[in-house]
Design a protein. Structure first.
Length: 308
């Protein structure tokens, strides 16, 4: 089994360095015969490309592909097209993996292939969210790290032919969000099985909340709403409605939890600042999620009404 780790990246050099270095420290075993890291730079404007050229000798498994800024869906498709492997592993460029990462994915896939007699499955590893930049893998597993997504490209491995049969990623998803779960819906329709592989661990770095991040977080929610509507138009099902929170139940929920919008990014700002000063940025982020979710749901309904 030859594995191609496909990673799109855009202006994430500091954590990307840790991501690539961790992938060079893999503890390989059967059935792996080799692997490559296919990094697709999505038009980064920081020092990503120059750093990669300077340190290429330290990254022998790396293959760099460059494209104009087109989004992660286009980047992942380009990476798959250029990949040499018969198994594709998707991770994000802000994920730092453990030495057994690739081995655990490969062995779990091979076991399921033998049990089922076919390759219509994918492995889904564990993702631990962390703000510990200096030592991401020191973060303990937490209840909020559990995910019920069907196909999230932060940590999955899949047979290349099965992936290509599903049609790869829809490049209409040029903004943030949903391109991987949309592909997951097509994989589900093909009867492709999710195989959980918690031993394949990746640590997903998120910087601790700062008040200066709030405008960018709001932008992301608006982008998710636009892409969520693209997702729903392709798969107008009750399941997708719940995934993207396009239901009156979700709208009512976030209106109630924010007291009809009285709790918003402005009114909560003093409390958020206090929590951050006291060393609780994680709690501040959880509190901020209330108005962010309300904003996202309202933006999704506005997107729907503007196109109906």
């Amino acid at each position: 089994m030859f594995l191609s780790v496909v990673i799109p990246t855009y202006n994430r050099l500091p954590i990307l360095q840790k991501c690539l270095q961790a992938l060079e420290q893999q503890d390989l075993a059967a059935p792996i015969t080799g692997y490559e890291v296919v990094l697709v730079d999505d038009g980064s404007t920081d020092a990503t490309v120059s750093w990669l050229h300077e340190h290429g000798a330290d990254l022998p498994h790396l293959r760099l592909i460059q494209q104009e800024h087109g989004g992660p869906a286009e980047g992942r498709n380009r990476g798959v097209t250029q990949a040499r492997g018969d198994v594709i592993v998707f991770i994000d460029s802000d994920l730092v993996v453990t030495p057994s990462f690739l081995r655990c994915h490969a062995q779990a896939l091979e076991r399921r292939w033998r049990q089922r007699g076919h390759r219509r499955c994918f492995t889904y590893g564990a993702v631990v969210n962390t703000a510990r930049f200096e030592d991401p893998t020191s973060e303990p597993h937490k209840l909020q790290d559990l995910s019920f997504a069907y196909f999230a490209t932060g940590n999955v491995a899949i047979d290349r032919q099965v992936l290509e049969q599903a049609g790869l990623f829809d490049t209409r998803f040029r903004l943030y969000g949903w391109e991987d779960l949309e592909l997951g819906e097509r994989l589900r329709q093909l009867g492709v099985e999710l195989v959980r592989c918690p031993e394949a661990v990746g640590y997903h770095w998120h910087p601790a909340l700062r008040l200066e991040q709030i405008p960018d977080l709001i932008r992301v929610e608006r982008e998710r709403a636009k892409m969520g509507w693209v997702f729903y138009l392709k798969h107008p099902t009750r399941r997708v409605r719940f995934i993207i929170q396009y239901t009156w139940l979700h709208r009512l929920l976030w209106e109630l939890l924010t007291l009809g919008g009285l709790l918003n990014e402005h009114s909560l700002r003093p409390l958020l600042a206090w929590l951050i000063r006291k060393g609780h940025p994680g709690l501040a982020m959880e509190l901020l999620r209330l108005p962010l979710n309300r904003l996202g749901v309202r933006a999704l309904h506005a997107e729907a009404h503007s196109t109906i």
